[in-house]
Design a protein around this ligand. Sequence first.
Ligand code: FAD
Length: 367
Amino acid sequence: MKSWDAIIIGGGIIGLSLAISLRKQGLRVLIVERGEPGREASHAAAGMLAGSGLEIPPLLRPLAEESARLYPEFVHELEDESGIKVDLREHGTILVSQGREFPGAAELMSIEQLAATEPALAETGISGAGRGGPGGPPPHDQREIVAAYVSERSVDPRALVLAAIKAAKHRNVDISAGAEVKAVLVEHNRITGVETDKTSYAAPVVVNCAGAWAGCVGPERFPVMPVKGQMLAIVGGPKVDHVVRSEKVYLVPRSDGRLVIGSTLENAGYNKQTDVDTIQRLFQAAVELVPGLTTAKKHEAWAGLRPGTPDALPILGETSLKGYFVATGHYRDGILLAPVTAQIMSDLILVNAPHHNFASLAPDRFS
Ligand SMILES: Cc1cc2nc3c(=O)[nH]c(=O)nc-3n(C[C@H](O)[C@H](O)[C@H](O)COP(=O)(O)OP(=O)(O)OC[C@H]3O[C@@H](n4cnc5c(N)ncnc54)[C@H](O)[C@@H]3O)c2cc1C
């Protein structure tokens, strides 16, 4: 049986980034991917790098902030090694909130600032921007909307995974595509490799990065469940430069003119179908923010499955089987968290001493 120093189950952004990181440290690495690498959640994502987002659970914020800091270097290396541009955008995010809840780092915007910063939002009917500020008087009109700016980046996740695949190959990471891992192989409570539907591969270290399917690989079962997100992309409407997020919808511009609109959070099992009504609802919510979008053309609709966990936190660490690690459960933030995940998992695997204290993310917290 052919052997490697480490086998990674799953070629999404988490598995690819970790494979590259381990390879850089001299390990011989094999990625075993059921389908084509990078075609599941990592292909479906919007690509917001929302390190300061209020939706990020407090326990995860230090890691999210660190990953956001690591991003320019992460992207630079991938672009350099692959020759693929991943559309890292620095325009920042405009948050529109009826509840006036903004992260501490956000700067409230006046109507004039909003119209000057993102002209596409000038028509939105935002009525109370900038009034009061944090701790100021509450809005007297329930429908009043205010806006704030936060300095966050975005990336095109499809380009990012293509770059990561090419960079991994460039560094001689082996990839076995079209090979589904059925089980991990164990001898005397120690991992020895993986078994696919066709063959077996040997390694003293195996990392389960199978995203929403991580719980399906035996014998350890992680409580990961798929959370479906439907999205659409449009072209040809008014130019939007910033990521725009409201309670109902978000808009993520790409430099090639597409505008990505998302998304739903659905417990629908492993179903990745889109439905016309939902896509239309998302489009309508986008039009409420930017009325000029009525002239845009629908370009594509799709759905992906986020790896969710019971406490909405990733599962990172070694399992009770020696040599068997897991890095999954990144839910809504796996694109953002890829660089920091690669770093802490490499530290853990190579020197058994991660510089982060992440006991609260360890796999045994569910047992
Ligand atoms: C609609 C939507 C919008 C999102 N927006 C954002 C965003 O704006 N910002 C952000 O940071 N995150 C976002 N996310 C979340 C992000 O996409 C995920 O957290 C991230 O992609 C997870 O990466 P992964 O590598 O763990 O999973 P995946 O990309 O799903 O990769 C897992 C891989 O494992 C493979 N696999 C599964 N089982 C097996 C097996 N038994 N054997 C071999 N291979 C296997 C799969 O085929 C797949 O390729 C979004 C997700 C969705 C769905």
